[in-house]
Design a protein around this ligand. Sequence first.
Ligand code: F0G
Length: 432
Amino acid sequence: MKHTTAPFTLRCIESGVLYEPSEVRYRSDSGGLLEVVHNLEALDADTLRTLWDDRLKTLGGVNGSGVWRYRELIIPVEEKAAITMNEGSTSLYRSEQVSAFTTVERLTLKHEGQNPTGSFKDRGMVAGVTAARLLGQTSVACASTGNTSASLASYASAAGMRGLVFIPAGGIALGKLAQALAYGASVIQIDGNFDDAMRLVQEVCSERAVYLLNSINPFRIEGQKSIGFEILHELRWQVPDWIVVPGGNLGNSSAIFKGLAELLAIGVIDRMPRIAVCQAAGAAPLYAGYLERFAGPPRTVENPETLATAIKIGSPVSWPKCVKAIRESKGVVTSVTDQEIMRAKRAVDGAGIGAEPASCASVAGLKKLVDEGVIGRQDRVTCVLTGHVLKDTDAVLREHAPGGSIEGLPVCAPTLAGVQDAVERAIHGEDR
Ligand code: F0G
């Protein structure tokens, strides 16, 4: 591939067959998923730590990006060839309230809602769109439950490309649809669910000169790895016991594992954290597979249902990569009800942090795994909050406004007497 500074290749995760990265392909000839293979032997832990520390001092630009900072293990791209919107560099919070909710004291929360389009998807997308440009592509597409479409729309426009997003009609939060429209993507609504959209976008991209940017694209996974790099960097390479993530299409969990396995192989970290994937109970094929120790073929859920629409997925594309992540990190999978998700969201939102429902599946899952004794109260845990609270305002109103809509919120007369009662109740916390 042009404008790169080190060799890397693509490998089928099943057959091991190698392919040139300059070729546009998403699967091997035998149909297996592809992964990027870096030359890890050419990399040295001390050199990387120093280089990444130095770049951390940079404001803006390619070195200031929380993705390209780690580009030796993303796409080793020349600075001038990297697209960036200053993604990454998100906060790693500690919160007494969320610690109290989960009963885990040494808990950190990686708030990926602070990315440019408000979700963790920007990390994979910046790498995917940069790869698209290096491959000479002018049109890019994805299927999405909302966040990937917002991210693709933004990065495609920034890179001067045409963006096409396939979404389940009526199935994504309005804020995300608004983003895709505002950033200028063509929105193709499908009268079906996410899995239908995913199937169709793959067919379209195999027939037309449209580059597929779902996480089946191996470069998306490379960018996504940077969540793990940043968490570890900020923890000064002291490995937490657990990293807890929500699971939908399973790209994120796969990516975090791949990145950390590479850090371990190079010697930047000395052990692997355990990865916990949390699915919504009505959309939990991975959990079903986990219960039978992944003995059979990938499980699917025919009609997935959850109010955490971002993870309403019945047939996750990155299944085999995620199974590897769970097995090799001695990880676990759990499922949480919508009620548990919304209870966790109340804790996260009420702590002043805020996140969309799917993001809070990680906190809900943590609480459940602690209650079950799988995760210890003394363990060091990082939960990833994948998307911003503003992504899904309907979910907030359903929780906080009588009748679930803005009309249900009380309105006071514009006089001191008019607000007196409301103020009295607010001061005494009776309006909560
Ligand atoms: N959290 C949020 C907010 C998401 O948007 C997604 C996935 C996930 C968690 C799950 O991550 O798919 O890597 O397991 N959203 C995709 C989308 C599917 O189209 O925006 P995953």
